[in-house]
Design a protein around this ligand. Structure first.
Ligand code: C5P
Length: 253
């Protein structure tokens, strides 16, 4: 089943606000103090923050609660991948934090994805579930080593269709697959990491593109970490990206 939610919610007409709604800054920090010190620097120019395993395992609930109290939206990127009963219970357990977006691994398969969707539906304030397809750090050779001989785009499409059939409304993919996914699943929420403004260091990411490429390809929301958080001036880096996103007229290639 494909849900009929808009690609971004709520829809905005003001380009600056629409860009703000679509940028998620990844807070990959070792503890709450480091993460909140980075958040403070944005002085409200960023709405969405992603909390992944590093920060969540270090600071657990406290940083989520603090950011929610400040009015931010939270993408809890825990990439749940376990047997169906465990994933179902984990989502119910996380309900206390009321995350806005929550990731599960599509590779967990149909029964796990159904269990995840069922758990989310049962909650009074359900998170929007997003299925991770093929990690953006994985290239064709690395995928083949895991026994998947399909090209990354084929595997991304296969997993995204499976997740959509199970009632998962969002998918994580690289910008390189966003156009194919947008065409296959027009109503899906497409979240793309692997974003690198021109001249940025790729780091461990393999399937990368600029913010403008990702938006033009049909991405709903962009996840950006180090190009912003490791910049000499994170706020300036975020504002430059937001400005490009709003203009639709990139300084990026
Ligand atoms: O620093 P960078 O921009 O590479 O950060 C990307 C973020 O997105 C990281 O927190 C990473 O865990 C996350 N992510 C990813 N690829 C996926 C899913 C999530 O890079 N497929």
């Amino acid at each position: 089943m494909v849900t009929t939610v808009p690609p971004t919610s709520p829809a905005r007409t003001d380009p600056a606000q629409a860009a703000k709604d679509r940028l998620i800054v990844a807070l990959d920090f070792p503890d709450a103090a480091a993460a909140l010190s980075c958040v403070d620097q944005f002085a409200g120019s960023v709405s969405w923050f992603k909390i992944g395993l590093e920060l969540f395992l270090a600071s657990g609930d406290s940083v989520v609660r603090e950011l929610k109290q400040r009015g931010h939206s939270i993408f809890l990127d825990l990439k749940l991948h376990d047997i169906p009963n465990t994933v179902n219970s984990a989502i119910r357990s996380l309900a206390r934090l009321e995350p806005d977006l929550l990731t599960v691994h599509a590779a967990g398969g149909r029964a796990m994805l159904n269990a995840a969707a069922e758990a989310a539906r049962s909650l009074p304030r359900p998170p929007r579930l997003v299925a991770v397809t093929v990690l953006t750090s994985v290239d064709a050779a690395a995928l083949a080593e895991t026994g998947v001989s399909a090209a990354p785009v084929e595997q991304v499409l296969r997993l995204a269709r499976l997740a959509a059939e199970c009632g998962i409304e969002g998918m994580v993919c690289s910008p390189a697959e966003a156009a194919a996914l947008r065409s296959a699943l027009p109503q899906a929420l497409l979240v793309t990491p692997g974003i690198r403004p021109a001249g940025s260091d790729a780091g461990d990411q393999k399937r990368i593109a600029t913010p403008q490429f990702a938006l033009a390809a049909g991405a709903s929301m962009l996840v950006i970490g180090r190009p912003i958080t490791a910049a000499p001036d994170p706020k300036a880096a975020a504002l430059a990206i937001l400005s490009d996103m709003a203009k639709g007229n990139p300084t990026t290639k």
